[in-house]
Design a protein around this ligand. Sequence first.
Ligand code: ADP
Ligand code: MG
Length: 411
Amino acid sequence: MKFSDYRISPDIKQNLEKLGFKKPTDIQYKSIPPILNGEDVLAIAQTGTGKTASFAIPVIHLLQGRKRNDRPSGVRCLIMVPTRELAMQINEAIRTIGKGTNVKTCAIVGGVAQDPQIAQLEKGTDIVVATPGRLFDLISQGYLNLDRVEVLILDEADHMLDLGFINDIKGVITKIPKQRQTLFFSATIDERIKKLAYSIVRKAIRIQISPKNPVAKNITHSVAFIEMDDKRFFLERLIKENEDQKILVFVRTQVRAERVAKAMERVQIKAVTIHGGKDQKDRLKVMESFKNNHVKVLIATDVSARGIDVPGVNQVVNYDIPEQTENYVHRVGRTGRGTQKGLAIAFCSEEEKPLLTDIEDYIGQKITVQKINQEDYNHTLDYSEEHPHDWKSLLKEAETPKPKKKHKKRK
Ligand code: ADP
Ligand code: MG
């Protein structure tokens, strides 16, 4: 089935064509028809499978077809999401898919001035994509009224629960009409998510895509065993050997993000960082430069990158093995988006091996090991531009009788 065969407005079809969307992904194929029929939907699908368009396409179509209500500020669809970046990204996607339909959307998020958002609400908007904090701020100041909401969407419900937004979600439910359509999207499912879902949907159509393997099928992922202190040399080589590729590197902490960026800078690799320690403006700037290919390497922590959709990421590098197993799935899911193919590699040190085992248990499969023989391993260390230019450490090494690190034998 192609999008051109769907009973959706010609405007939407045209926009999808411009986006290069020809056929629906699995989740889109299964969820668009029931949503068009006005049903509640509870959808679980791995990250990168195209959940945004699964709700954006039918909801824009429904809102375009239904008569506008008379109140200019009557919001008809509320989309709640866990992070600002995600809100802006979904808002943008809706704007693109809904171009020419007269369906208006705006993002209500914290970390930026509220006045432009208030101005948009006052002009009238059909869809609001919001994070909980700013949403409640504007409701309590009287700028936003949810009495007319016809469709409620929760995206990344699992992440919302992880971030402790449960009471905010419950609070919103009390402010919107009981008679409504509810769409619930999550990448994972467990008891708490089910409990939340069933407390807000009515007789939902349940859709689940390949629950057994949480990593989408178009992603090839593997692991290489590399000692902690050598990781930067392997990253340097990987980046230099794939100069035209867009590479997303995940590290465990903010400090490490900055440290790895510095190490790359020393070997003439331009990289930017994104993490919770940066303010919203910086984060947006960084994402923009990575999206536009001004910088090909982005070093990120988990918090800042979850749910973020950057088109065309060729490779994900797990520079550190994630401590929370499910983050592995979120990380590798940043590549191979939609119908594209993706590549992911994890650098695992001796001390990280238990974490790797946890991840394998979680995803229910062994991760393919990329064997590096000793010669190749040493070659990678020699390959680095860091040693030859670093005359101070060369001098130091000459003074000390210890064998050079790069020739050390691996156990
Ligand atoms: P999810 O929310 O499931 O993580 P997204 O909705 O962010 O995934 O979509 C992931 C990527 O796939 C986006 O870049 C999107 O543009 C692309 N995409 C979505 N649907 C299609 C499609 N039908 N054909 C091609 N690309 C698609
Ligand atoms: Mg999503």
